[in-house]
Design a protein around this ligand. Structure first.
Ligand code: BDP
Length: 708
């Protein structure tokens, strides 16, 4: 049994005999994620690693020191396929020494304090060094959590078969709060969850702690994720009742040694729902007192509680506007209750009530929030989705990023594939997030990219936050689709370092999750890297949006033709131009505003987001718009067929269960992608009255790179 077998889900461990667990583990269910720690396959490298690593020295008796020790033992025993001895002092060549100057006298003796302090609490150094005349590898940080991050980095080097002979690595996160948002209801249902039920067993808490909580924390810590919102943004006030806070405190105790803070959503009407008041007006004295008392109670139970995530006056949720107050009034009141304890408020900007704000929904969040720029307390983040609508397969970046220079802006990305094929379609989301993070808003001139807005550097803020709506559930493989794990992974890695490329992240993830075999690595990259473009193409290319039915999975372009698609006999797309449309372009800074406004300069990926373009318009490829649309829909499906074939070639190199599970998902994806394509193309054809070009129908299966 591989070493990580001991982390296998409790329920199964509890219910099964040893052999059942053994076969489940050896069948590789995907439970181990990217932390499989199987022996290094390359024997030359294995010998080298064994000569560099001969033992461990982890001083310190903090809870996190013990996590570090366990992780290093589990990881190195597994990867090097030997029992790694634990040393009490530097007594031989080849020790791995991990910790902080505070917890480890030998690290303290190195005198690295200046270097460590420049890396902040979460940053770390990994260096090959000499101690007492012996060659050692030191993983050091100012904080135990930072040292744990360094340990995961070190293990990753071995997992991905890199050299560890002469290391001089320093790393630190760009963004301070790297959060998962769980949209989990208290009854176990996960809103937009496609991987089973919630991980949190509220009925059993606080008495029973599913060891899966520890594995969850461990996986997150391996990526540097340091915060988790446990419950749904469509909140239930019961989560703030004393008995539920005790349950949350038990989870916080499990997560703390892994450097993870817990947060909760709170319903704005909690003072009425559980406080016995008849108002929730944020300026009402009793309401203010309710929240202060609630905050005091929470911090008595959870001293490092992170804060609240709030969805207010959105999709029927209560909020300050119900009392004629503003987002700033609501957020400030909650922020004041949390401030004495060091907590923060993430106030969501996902609002689109049509109360005379604007007839174009895409313009509403911006118009609703812009007036309050500069009015939010320093412990408030405005958390906006990547685009102004709602996690569409591709969105134009949200104009609020850059639009609110005097506000701490947090980005909300969606890891769960609500509109992107749920856990059925293989879609690697890093390229989408990279497009968003590297988008230049021009807010303060060129270079005002969204990653620099979120990390606080554009406005000079030290506090910063990024959130990902989790795709995690109780399924054995956590995410429903083995490849959906890559999106959890990619989110965490980008939250730590937005400069990493999609390819670098895919490379790491593939090597750790599947194999270091070069054919596997190359093939899986060819599958994954274009997969987001492919799904955009077979669902809603060229800036189309809201082509899905109410279930957000099956196609139904007719449903929102009136509101967002606007296909008619003259053309297709939403007119958001200045002269003839909703003028959504004015929410962007120059030169983007002009670029988007003109059909000639608008990027084709956003064309139908901003323009109602004629069917005969000429595209960069030389095709007409109609022909291009058909090409893209067919092209998207071809990539899925291509992925199926590529996956098939890897059968001899992939473990049985995971191979067949992915194979079956790819077949469904292909069937459903064809349905999506045909439904959309046929519907649009009813408006264009043009034939689907035969060249498109007979396009040959070639790899993505050859077709483009
Ligand atoms: C939409 C989801 C809905 C969420 C909402 C939100 O369909 O389930 O509650 O976003 O973000 O995308 O609040």
């Amino acid at each position: 049994m591989n070493k990580v077998g001991r982390f296998i889900g409790t329920t199964v461990v509890a219910m099964s005999c040893f052999f059942a667990v053994e076969s489940w583990a050896s069948a590789e269910t995907g439970y181990d994620l990217w932390l499989r720690y199987i022996p290094v396959a390359d024997t030359t490298l294995l010998a080298q690693y064994r000569s560099v690593v001969t033992g461990l020295l982890v001083e310190g008796d903090f809870e996190t020191s013990s996590v570090i020790r366990t992780e290093l033992i589990t990881g190195l025993d597994g990867l090097l396929n030997m029992d790694i001895p634990i040393a009490g002092l530097v007594d031989r060549e080849g020790l791995v020494v991990a910790g902080t100057p505070d917890s480890s006298p030998v690290i303290d003796d190195l005198g690295w304090d200046a270097d460590l302090s420049s890396l902040g609490a979460d940053g770390y150094l990994i260096r090959s060094a000499v101690m007492n005349g012996k060659n050692v590898t030191v993983i050091a940080s100012q904080s135990e959590t930072g040292a744990l991050y360094g340990v995961f980095h070190f293990l990753r080097l071995i997992q991905t078969e890199q050299s560890i002979g002469s290391l001089n690595i320093s790393d630190k996160p760009r963004i301070k709060l790297r959060m998962l948002n769980h949209w989990d209801d208290l009854n176990g249902h996960v809103e937009r969850g496609y991987a089973g039920s919630s991980l949190w067993q509220w009925d059993e808490l606080p008495g029973t702690l599913d060891p899966r909580y520890t594995d969850y924390a461990r996986a997150n810590a391996s990526l540097g994720i340091n915060g988790t919102v446990l419950n749904n943004v469509n909140a239930d006030s019961v989560s703030l009742s004393t008995s539920y806070l005790q349950k949350t405190a038990a989870l916080a105790d499990v997560f703390r040694p892994y450097g993870i803070q817990v947060f909760l959503t709170s319903k704005f009407s909690a003072p009425i729902d559980i406080g016995g008041l008849n108002t929730t007006d944020p300026l009402d004295e009793n309401v203010i007192t309710f929240w202060q008392n609630k905050a005091d109670e929470i911090y008595r139970l959870i001293p490092d509680f992170g804060g609240f995530l709030i969805k207010a006056n959105s999709e029927g949720q209560p909020g300050p506007q119900d009392y004629g107050r503003t987002h700033a009034d609501g957020a400030s009141m909650l922020a004041a209750a949390l401030a004495p304890h060091g907590g923060v408020v993430a106030w969501r900007a996902f609002v689109y009530n049509d109360t005379g704000v604007d007839s174009d929904r895409a313009k509403r969040p911006y118009k609703e929030f812009i007036p309050f720029d500069g009015q939010f307390a320093t412990n408030v983040f405005i958390q906006a989705k990547n685009g102004p609508l709602d996690f569409q397969p591709r969105e134009v970046p949200h104009p609020l990023f850059g639009g609110m220079p005097n506000t701490r802006m947090a980005a909300e990305l969606q890891i769960t594939q609500e509109y992107l094929g749920r856990s059925t379609h293989l879609v690697y989301l890093a390229p989408m997030w990279k497009e968003f993070l590297s988008h230049d808003t021009y807010a303060k001139g060129p270079g005002s990219t969204i990653d620099k807005i979120i990390d606080g550097s554009v406005s000079g803020y030290s506090n910063s936050m990024i959130a990902g709506v989790a795709n995690i559930g109780s399924d054995p493989n956590w995410c429903g689709h083995h490849f959906a794990q890559a999106n959890w992974y990619a989110f965490g890695r980008l939250a730590w370092n937005p400069d990493l490329t999609s390819e670098e992240i895919a490379d790491e993830w593939i090597r750790m999750t599947w194999s270091n075999d070069s054919e596997v690595v190359t093939t899986l990259k060819e599958m994954m890297l274009p997969s987001w473009r492919a799904v955009v193409n077979y669902m809603s290319p060229l800036g189309l949006h809201f082509t899905a039915s109410k279930d957000h999975y099956t196609p139904d372009p007719a449903r929102r033709n009136g509101g967002y698609i606007y296909a008619d006999s003259s053309g297709i797309g939403t007119d958001r131009t200045r002269a003839t449309g909703s003028d959504a372009v004015e929410q962007f800074f120059s030169p983007l505003r002009e670029k988007y406004d003109s059909i000639a300069s608008c990027p084709e990926d956003y064309l139908l987001w901003f323009h109602h373009a004629g069917w005969g318009a000429t595209m960069k490829s030389g095709r007409t718009l109609w022909n291009e649309l058909c090409f893209l829909y067919y092209d998207g499906v071809l990539h899925v067929t291509d992925m199926k074939q590529m996956w098939g070639t890897l059968q001899p190199k992939i473990d049985t269960l995971r191979f067949s599970e992915v194979e079956s998902k790819l077949s469904t994806q292909e069937t459903d992608a064809i349905i999506y394509r045909d439904t959309c193309v046929n519907y649009f054809q009813g408006h264009s009255n043009l034939p689907i070009p035969s060249s498109v129908k007979t396009m040959k299966l070639k790899t993505w790179n050859e077709r483009h």
